[in-house]
Each structure stands twice: as C-alpha cells, then as structure tokens.
Design a protein around this ligand. Structure first.
Ligand code: HEC
Length: 457
C-alpha cells in the first residue's frame, strides 16, 4: 500500500472504473470501426464513380469526428483518472512495464485525431487522391491505437509466460493477444457497419440508393459476424485452465458456494455474448440483406443496441474472469502483489505496510480500506452488510481466518485475495465490520431476525 486510497461509497470503486471504461470502450470501438469503414467505402465509391455515396460519407463522417475527438478523447482521459485513483498500484505497474507502449499509443492516437480532422474538413478542400490518402492514414492509426492497447488489456488477463520470464515481448504478445485483436477488430467493423445501417434505414424506404447501401453494409456485416463467432471461440480457448474452469462451472453449477452465484452470472453473460453474435449476424442476413424494404429503423435500432450489449458483456466478462486479480498471477484487485502473499507469512502486520491511512481511522477500517474495499462496499455494490448479516463478530473473525488459509483449505481463493494481517488486525477488522453492519441495519430499521431473512435472499 504505497498510495492513498480513494474511498467510494454507493456503487463502489469498481463501478466507477466500469462505467467510464464501458463508455470509452463502446466509443473507441465505433471510432476504430469508422476509421476502417470510411476510407474503404470512399475507395469503393471513387472506383465506381458513386458521387451519391461520397455525399453520404461526407455527412456520415461528422459522427465519427465528434465521437472520436470529443467523447473518445475525454473518456480516455477519464479512464486514466479513474484507474490512477482507484488502482494506483496496478496503474503504476502497467506504466512501468509498458512505458514505450503507452508512448506509442499516445502518438498513434494523436495522428488518428489529426488525420480525422483533416479527413472531415478536407472533403471539399482536398484533391480526391489526397483525401483518400488521409483516409488511409486515419484507418491505419485508428487500428494501431487498438493494436497497442490490446497487448496491455490482454496482458492483464492472460500474462502467459511473462509470469516466469518477465520478458516484455512474452507479456505483450501474450496468449490472448491475437484472438482478442481479431475479436475487437471485427467488433469495430461491426459497430461502424451497424451504425451506417442505422443511418441508412432512416432514408426513404422506396429509394434504390437505400437498398444498394443496405446491401453494401450487409456484405460487410454478415461475414464479420460469422468470423466473430469463430474468433470468440478461439478467444475463450486460450484462457488458462483455471479461468475456463470457473467459466464452465458457472454453467454446470460446480465451484464453491462463494464463487457460484458470481460465476453463474459471468458464464451466462459470456453465453449471451456468443448468442448475441450469432443472432445479430442472422438478423442482418435475413432482414437487411434479403428484405431491405422491410428493414425498418426500429430493427436497425435493435441491432445497434445488440452490439452495445455485446461490447458491454464482453468487457464485463473479461473483468470478472480476472478476479481476484487486477493483473493475473501478479497483483490482486486490492493492489497486493501476489509475491507479497507468497514469500512472507500472511500472519504479518498489514497496516504497518500502509504508507497512507484514512484520516482518524481505526485499525479495522484501515484493514477494510486496504484489503476489501476494492471489491466490496459496506452497503452498496457487493455489500458486506448483506453478505455478513446475522453474523456476530466472532463468526466474522472465523470467516476471516479462512481467508488466510492456503488455497486447499480456503474455498474463497478463486474469488478473493488471501488476507494479510495479525490476529489483532483480523479481530479489529471483524469488530469494525460487525459494528458497521449493526449501525447500517439500525439505520434501515432491521431487527436481527429480518436481517437474517434479508441475507437469505
Ligand atoms: C478481488 C476482489 C475481492 C476482494 C479484495 C475481497 N472480496 Fe470478498 N468477495 C469477492 C467476490 C467476487 C465474492 C463472491 C461473490 C459475491 O459474494 O458477490 C466475495 C464474497 C465475499 C463474502 C461472501 C462469502 C460467502 O460465503 O458467500 C464475504 C463475507 C466477503 N467476500 C468478505 C470480504 C472481506 C472481509 C474482504 C476483505 C478482507 C474481501 N471480501 C475482499 C471479491 C472480493
């Protein structure tokens, strides 16, 4: 614990990152997709002398200008703020491990947004060949921005051989790198294609132009969806054994009590991802491609929503599968490095290692802030008042003792980091939890018995 903690109540810190990151990921996938869709379609239109399509693209590119340069850029900075405040240890590690990659990311994004500005304002002002060239620069840098960050994102879930060798290249080009790059590239293309379909579906239903454009976008989307389904399977297949085990156990109903409810949700969401892919692909083929006339704006809005749901579920699954780690096999979500739990006894003092402590905090609160707060709130998201309701201080202490045991005797080790702390600190934490829960229940007017009742739900 080398950094001060940001105490977030309510939804908890995880959701602060989650909300900002989901927003950013959605936008960036649309933005990268637009980077590919616009110049490719421009090239097609120029080759076929389709001025009407060029006119369409001129208007269409404005959306991507605003999306990328305003919302993409702002939410990207938002992520830095959020992760820097909430997971400073992990953020610092990622910066140290991948300094050069971050610099490269910054450089390609800079070129991406500048070329996009030239692309949008250059429609009337540049020669077609120059405009097209700017378009290709925009396409390549947009995709490179995905390429660069992809290595870091996948590293956090599947660091592979890096855990032993410490090699930069093994960490960056980790087992998840290629499947994830392909899944994401396809998702980007799907996002831009679906958004184009959405805009096109607003045109006059009888126009030939609308029909042609719909056929054009479907010819992008149908193969993209087929490939997406396959590459998702590839992606899941490179996940390490323990992750796959928990994913599958959620479907089959195995795993310990603590993990089960959790993993059930993850497994279902992962399944939802797969099902959403297949149905959206089919829906495109049947409606937009075969029956363009009947492809209403309502239908296209549903498909637009489906890709948003896909992206959100994919990110959520990835985050959840990483539990209890923030960087797998290296650092737990609460910022404690794996090494620190393996090389020294867990029964040592934790709070002595904290360089910053919340002002006027008790020993128990320090333990909570340092080791539980990254995943639990007291009374909001994944609340401990619900999970520990009906227990007295001694019974909470017994549970904490289990969290300190070796993996064989600790059913929680798959979802929670091992607990560091002396007996005194564990006692202080259980007292703190017990007292906090009691006052929360009092505030809400629970009595002992209906609190226990609430816990059983
Ligand atoms: C890496 C994230 C993470 C950290 C850190 C963490 N937990 Fe958990 N905890 C989970 C998850 C995930 C579950 C299982 C799913 C659920 O209950 O939501 C869980 C479940 C629990 C449960 C319910 C157990 C059961 O049998 O149902 C308790 C109690 C609990 N945690 C207490 C704590 C305490 C106390 C700490 C701090 C010492 C802590 N957790 C730290 C993620 C975490």
């Amino acid at each position: 614990m080398d950094y001060p903690a940001w105490i977030v109540g309510g939804v908890g810190p995880g959701w602060v990152i989650g909300l900002i990151a989901t927003f950013h990921v959605l936008i960036s996938h649309f933005a990268v997709g637009g980077g590919i869709f616009l110049p490719v379609t421009e090239a097609w239109a120029r080759k076929n002398n389709r001025d009407d399509v060029i006119d369409f693209l001129k208007k269409f590119s404005k959306f991507f200008l605003i999306l990328t340069n305003v919302f993409g850029a702002i939410s990207g900075v938002g992520i830095w703020w959020a992760i820097g405040l909430i997971s400073p240890q992990a953020t610092a590690s990622l910066i140290r491990l991948f300094t050069f990659v971050w610099a490269a990311e910054w450089a390609v994004f800079l070129v991406e947004i500048i070329s996009l500005i030239f692309y949008y304002y250059g429609w009337e002002r540049m020669k077609p060949a120059t405009h097209q060239a700017v378009g290709w620069i925009y396409a390549v840098t947009a995709w490179l921005s995905l390429f660069t960050i992809n290595g870091i994102l996948t590293f956090m879930l599947t660091p592979g051989g890096w855990a032993e060798s410490g090699s930069f290249f093994q960490g960056y080009f980790n087992p998840g790198f290629w499947p994830s790059l392909i899944v994401r590239t396809l998702v980007c293309i799907a996002c831009a294609g679906i958004y184009a379909t959405f805009v096109i579906s607003k045109m006059d239903e009888k126009s030939k132009f609308r029909k042609e454009l719909l056929a054009y976008t479907s010819s992008w989307l149908v193969p993209v969806y087929v490939l997406l389904g396959l590459s998702l399977l590839w992606y899941f297949s490179v996940l390490p054994g323990p992750i796959m085990e928990s994913l599958l156990s959620g479907i089959s109903g195995g795993v310990g009590a603590a993990a089960q409810g959790n993993m059930m949700v993850v497994s279902r969401i992962a399944l939802l991802c797969l099902v959403a892919t297949v149905t959206t692909g089919l829906a495109f083929f049947v409606s937009a491609y075969l029956n363009p006339r009947e492809f209403t704006i309502r239908k296209s809005a549903i498909l637009l929503a489906s890709i948003a749901i896909f992206v959100t579920s994919f990110e959520y699954t990835r985050e959840m599968l990483r539990k209890p780690y923030v960087i797998r096999d290296f650092m737990f979500s609460n910022g404690v490095p794996l090494k620190a739990t393996m090389e020294q006894p867990l029964e040592r003092s934790f709070t002595k290692e904290m360089r910053f402590k919340p002002k006027d905090s008790s020993l128990g609160e320090q333990m909570f802030v340092g080791q539980c707060m990254s995943c639990h709130t007291m009374d909001g998201y994944r609340s401990l008042s619900k999970r520990l309701s009906g227990r007295d201080s001694e019974s909470i202490y017994q549970l904490l003792l289990v969290m300190q045991k070796s993996p064989e005797e600790n059913p929680y080790h798959k979802v929670m980091p091992p607990l560091i702390g002396t007996e005194e600190e564990l006692r202080a934490l259980s007292d703190y939890l017990y007292e906090s829960i009691k006052s929360i229940e009092k505030e809400k007017g629970y009595t002992g018995s209906n609190a226990a009742h609430a816990a059983s739900h």
